[in-house]
Design a protein around this ligand. Structure first.
Ligand SMILES: Nc1ncnc2c1ncn2[C@@H]1O[C@H](COP(=O)(O)OP(=O)(O)OP(=O)(O)O)[C@@H](O)[C@H]1O
Ligand SMILES: [Mg+2]
Length: 462
């Protein structure tokens, strides 16, 4: 569909309506023709039967050697039929008329059809006749065909009118229905044109009758909702990134300016250079992290997913960070039910990275003396990984925001980091179809990542 108005003839609904009207008419005409045939055959049969009955009735009045009764019966019958729709003829051996309305000596024996010109009837009126010999004379009984013809004409006429009526109704009704459907299709096309011109808030109007077009339109509308939410989200994210990167870039600029000033007066600039290098390294790693999150979100890593036991992954992270925690004046313990396997479908490296980020957060944002605990449990058909601490925790109103890119609590402004750790955790969890919950441990933060489990937990028993 190219534009807003497509011509009715090119519209699919109208073509469909026409096709159905045509097929319906064809069926109607065919069945009509069959009905007509059957009806005229039955009428002809009935007429022949009546003629034959009348003939037999008259023939029965003939007594051997005495034609008087026969002649008078024929005469009576002929007189009785005033309008001449039944006519009779009785002729002798030589073809002379003995009684009746006409002379039928030339008609063959049995049934025949002939045209007669009789006084008081229209010229060339068609008659159906039956002739036979009664006592050496020829008796003919003929009934007018005009009544049957009239009946057939009436049937044919009503059939013709019905055909015309159906054709007009089918085309007219088809056009009305089709234009209604067409208007709704145009509504969809117009909305898509609006969207392609950048108006992402355009939506297909729904009629609310719940038909298939409404169902498809509702689906398209919800896809558009999601699209515009994504575009809005991306816009916000890029604005945030631009805003948050301004601070380190400004700092870098100030360091370089002070270095430039010092060079003019011949002072030593090695501190500035070291600071500048640290600052640009920080900017670099922020970009690396942003790119990494974008890559994970793109989903290509999913092709490398395997069924793996998360127990050893959690244990490895626990071992790697235990010493770091101790050096920092904190403790890290790992609680795993021995000889149990916790299978999930995922990527080992990404899961390591996720757990490392969570443990690093507990190390970085909690004071010395904090106890950190890593554990794995199972609830229903989910494998749960917990990272818990008894540090300051995250206030309830901030728990959604910390997953945003570059978002950090005010309390953490002075600690190193770029606010991307939890964004990456969220990206990895999403890729694994896992849900993350943050809870208050009074004091402390409890992070639970809930993965769909693969199979039942395997406990090896010895
Ligand atoms: N275990 C925790 N205890 C208290 N606050 C936390 C904890 N984990 C995260 N936070 C808060 O959430 C914020 C966002 O965490 P996130 O990991 O995204 O960024 P970051 O740790 O500041 O920087 P980095 O990008 O280096 O990870 C942190 O700045 C901190 O304020
Ligand atoms: Mg972090």
């Amino acid at each position: 569909m190219s534009g807003t108005r497509s011509s009715l003839l090119r519209s699919t609904p109208f073509r469909l309506a026409l096709t159905f009207a045509f097929l319906f008419l064809l069926a109607f005409i065919l069945s009509g023709a069959i009905v007509y045939q059957l009806m005229s055959a039955s009428l002809a049969r009935q007429l022949d039967q009546s003629i034959k009955e009348t003939y037999s009735l008259i023939a029965a009045t003939h007594a051997e050697g005495d034609e008087e009764d026969l002649v008078s019966t024929v005469r009576d019958h002929a007189q009785f039929s005033q309008d001449k729709d039944e006519i009779f003829s009785l002729t002798d051996r030589n073809g002379n008329r003995l009684a009746g309305d006409f002379t039928a000596s030339s008609l063959p024996d049995g049934f025949s059809i002939f045209a007669a010109d009789l006084p008081g009837v229209p010229p060339d009126t068609q008659y159906r006749a039956y002739s036979g010999t009664v006592g050496g004379n020829k008796l003919t009984v003929a009934f007018s065909l005009s009544e049957t013809e009239d009946l057939e004409r009436i049937v044919l006429m009503s059939f013709g009118w019905a055909t015309l009526f159906i054709t007009v109704l089918a085309i007219g009704g088809g056009a009305v229905l089709a234009s209604r459907v067409q208007r709704r299709l145009d509504g969809i096309a117009n909305t898509m044109v609006d969207v392609s011109h950048g108006r992402l808030d355009a939506r297909i109007p729904l009629t609310g009758n719940g038909d298939d077009i409404d169902a498809v339109s509702a689906q398209v509308n919800s896809a558009l909702d999601r699209l515009s939410a994504l575009v809005d989200g991306m816009r916000e994210v890029s604005a945030n990134i631009a805003h948050d990167l301004k601070t380190p870039l400004n700092r870098l600029q100030m360091i370089l300016e002070s270095a430039a000033d010092k060079t003019v007066s011949g002072e030593d600039v090695s501190t500035e250079l070291t600071d500048a290098r640290a600052e640009s390294q920080q900017i670099n790693s922020t970009f690396d992290a942003l790119l990494r999150i974008a890559q994970i979100e793109a989903g290509a890593r999913k092709a490398r997913f395997v069924d793996l036991d998360v127990g050893p992954v959690v244990e490895t992270i626990g071992e790697v960070y235990a010493d770091v925690a101790e050096d920092d004046g904190k403790s890290l313990s790992t609680v795993i039910v021995p000889d149990t396997k916790w299978y999930v479908h995922g990527d080992r490296d990404l899961l390591m990275q996720m757990l490392a980020n969570l443990v690093e957060n507990a190390l970085r944002h909690c004071p010395p003396g904090t106890a950190i605990e890593l554990s794995v449990t199972r609830a229903g058909n989910h494998v749960l990984i917990h990272v818990r601490d008894n540090g300051p925790g995250i206030p309830a109103e901030e728990r959604d925001k910390v997953f945003r890119r570059l978002y950090r609590l005010d309390a953490s402004r002075t600690t190193p980091g770029s606010g991307l750790g939890l964004s990456l955790v969220k990206a990895v969890a999403d890729l694994h179809g896992a849900a993350i919950t943050l809870e208050d441990r009074n004091p402390g933060l409890g992070v639970t990542v809930s993965f769909p489990a693969v199979g039942t937990p395997v406990t090896s028993s010895f």
